[in-house]
Design a protein around this ligand. Structure first.
Ligand code: ZN
Length: 76
């Protein structure tokens, strides 16, 4: 019985890992890079390296991300 639960946990962990990686891959396809810098896909300003380090694959600056999140919250 324990083996069954271990197997289920391992499978769930693997699926989470795969989903996370797919999400990161998709997100990084929406990044705009030029001369070694990433630029926001919304406003075109450079994304600070600290933000990229914290959120690898992010394609928007903080301001644009917040605006989009607020907008989506309004429409819920
Ligand atoms: Zn922006």
């Amino acid at each position: 019985m324990t083996d069954l639960i271990d197997d289920a946990n391992a499978t769930a962990e693997l699926m989470t890992d795969v989903a996370l990686r797919q999400h990161q891959d998709r997100a990084s396809q929406h990044q705009v890079w030029k001369d070694g810098k990433a630029y926001c896909t919304e406003c075109g300003f450079a994304i600070p390296p600290e933000r990229l380090a914290a959120l690898p694959g992010c394609g928007r600056c903080v301001g644009c991300q917040q605006a989009i999140e607020q907008e989506s919250r309004l429409w819920r």
